[in-house]
Design a protein around this ligand. Structure first.
Ligand code: UDP
Ligand code: MG
Length: 152
């Protein structure tokens, strides 16, 4: 089963959107297998956004992501990386479709409420970046097996 990393950015916490955002992944049938709140260290931010450290907006991005707490989650499910990116929407929330998280909750690129891994390989690296193996959980509800889709 595929796993992907999500970060609820400080604007999501400040605006009280955590529950609304979380419920979209649960409603889709995806499973939360890890979850925590923490302050991101500057070094982690540089690692996580290594593709952007040379951009003019990186300083603002690092300040935003490290000066306030974030919530990290590992989400598991069928084609989780791609499905989660679809639910999240594109980076520029002004262009994000209605019904996506960024489309419904933001109108900005720099304050777009959520991060999600953009490929299977990135997801593996990002999960390791923020979670120790013992912080991830494997669980199932055996008496609800009949709810399982036949293509899973
Ligand atoms: N970002 C920004 N200005 C830009 C592009 C990106 O502030 O012009 C921020 C924004 O918060 C974005 C993050 O940098 O979510 C990471 O950028 P990336 O291109 O990886 O987009 P994402 O994967 O988050 O959709
Ligand atoms: Mg990205």
């Amino acid at each position: 089963m595929e796993q992907t990393l999500i970060l609820l950015k400080p604007d999501a916490l400040q605006r009280g959107l955590v529950g609304s955002i979380l419920s979209r992944f649960e409603n889709k049938g995806l499973k939360i297998v890890g979850l925590k709140m923490f302050h991101m260290a500057k070094e982690k931010s540089k690692e996580h956004y290594s593709h952007l450290v040379d951009k003019p907006f990186y300083h603002d991005l690092e300040k935003f992501m490290t000066h306030h707490p974030v919530i990290a989650m590992v989400i598991e499910g069928k084609e989780a990386v791609e499905v989660v990116r679809l639910i999240v929407g594109p980076t520029n929330a002004s262009k994000a479709p209605a019904g996506s998280i960024r489309g419904d909750f933001s109108n900005s690129t720099s304050r777009n409420v959520i991060h999600a891994s953009d490929s299977k390989e990135t997801a593996k690296n990002e999960i390791t970046r923020f979670f120790k193996p013992e912080e991830l959980f494997s669980y199932a509800f055996k008496n609800e097996d009949y709810l399982k889709a036949s293509d899973e």
